[in-house]
Design a protein around this ligand. Structure first.
Ligand code: FES
Length: 142
């Protein structure tokens, strides 16, 4: 099977940059149902960084279950490295990690995620190590 090419789009205001990886999206619709002023799939571009405060945007991005949306601070030196990481094992679903994580992928590339990241626990995701919603299709129980 041909490997999907990673598409990454970025949208910035003065404080933060929202990163969108459409191939990781599981179409939960949480972003646009929660903050249509910013995430409106009918608009081009679909992300309007002037539609809400940075804190409101960050809160909405944190609710993205797939990790398709993430954000970084435009002033990286303000990051707090002592942040406690919250790990949640969802029933019949992924492992949700809330907080900043640095991921070293199997091919050696590094990725930093600063929000909620869903890691596949069922083994069926085609976007490992991330959950792509496949646990529902295989009726994963754990
Ligand atoms: S846990 Fe969601 S795809 Fe594996």
């Amino acid at each position: 099977m041909a490997e999907k090419k990673e598409i990454i789009k970025e949208y910035s205001n003065k404080e933060i940059t929202v990163i969108w990886k459409p191939n990781s999206c599981i179409h939960s619709k949480k972003c646009w149902k929660g903050l249509i002023e910013v995430f409106n799939p009918k608009n081009k571009p679909w992300v309007n960084m002037d539609g809400a405060s940075s804190n409101a945007i960050k809160s909405q991005v944190d609710a993205c279950p797939s990790g398709a949306l993430s954000y970084t601070s435009n002033n990286a030196s303000k990051r707090d490295s002592s942040e406690i990481i919250d790990v949640q094992c969802l029933e019949n679903g992924p492992l949700m990690i809330k907080g900043t994580v640095k991921i070293t992928h199997s091919n050696g590339t590094l990725e930093v995620r600063e929000k909620t990241t869903a890691f596949c626990r069922c083994g069926a995701s085609e976007n490992k190590p991330f959950c792509d919603g496949a646990h529902r299709k295989i009726d994963f129980k754990a």
